[in-house]
Design a protein around this ligand. Sequence first.
Ligand code: SF4
Length: 359
Amino acid sequence: MVHEARYWEPAPDGKIRCTLCPRDCHIGEGQNGFCFIRQNRGGRLVSAGYGRTTGFAMDPVEKKPLAHFYPGSRVLSFGTAGCCLGCRFCQNWDISKARQDDRLSEDDWTPDRVVALARAHRADGLAFTYNDPIIWAEFAIDVARAAHAAGLFTVFVTSGYIGAEARADVFRHMDATNVDLKGFTEEFYAKATLSHLAPVLETLEWLARETKVWVEVTNLMIPGLNDAPDETRALSEWMVGHMGADVPLHFTAFHPDYKMMDRPRTPAATLTGARAIARAAGLRYVYTGNVHDPEGQTTYCPSCGAAVIERDWHFVRAVQLRRGACAACGTAIAGRFADGPVAPTRGIVMPLGIPSPRA
Ligand code: SF4
């Protein structure tokens, strides 16, 4: 199945200019863009990622990570191949750096078929994840439409490196997003991700100010590269000033991978220290991830300090919320919460096909 892409125009040099992300690829006949899966075929841009995936898994929403979006819910998660960034530390490089022939299913997955799979496995929602869904925006939009028609929520897990036109189209169909803010210096973005910081900040501010999408932010901390306390403070202060103090921030641990095998794992103390810096900067909900740290993974009422959602890793251990408010003092907790009680979970992770993605 060949699916013509959107977000392109003919370039004066006879190539195609892809406007989906700020990389602005000019793609010659028969060539692929940087992300591999957008291709010039006969002077038209096609999306080789449409309807083809690298596999499905049923994840807890806490694994996205989302801490304030229907805690304990089940999310059918899937991705395709390729990526619009070139992160040297990619924790999912086997699919993000795969050319479509390597890893994509031969099967055609229509939006209705994806939704039927979600319903068959009693999912509460769908997540577009594992590789950056920006590069398969057309498929994500069509699946999101079908998901909403079936009463399922939608989650977009992304770098935020997206052009303005596509951004408005995509997020109109998303209920929640987790955006990777990979560092807070242009030098880090340019050298370690082969992209730029400014477009990501623009997306984050736009999401927080201009949309109703529930937004959480993740910062993967790499020892010696983006974990300096001053950088963490600047990132946190920027979030408070440009997104608001209620946007949750997750500091997650790096493990050596892909082209960055020379760095050690992130010490838990780095994450704990970053969490303290971010809270001191004014962020109300700050978490640690990829480590066992029940205190750093619990949601506390910003008013009375009571533990309202206790977690350990992706497990929800106890919930003291009433209709989205602290059960102890009645203060509203920022986020989207079910009206009824939330039961503790076991942090289900259930691969449903090839392969079993790790993050
Ligand atoms: S989406 Fe892919 S082809 Fe388009 S500009 Fe970005 S990296 Fe290039």
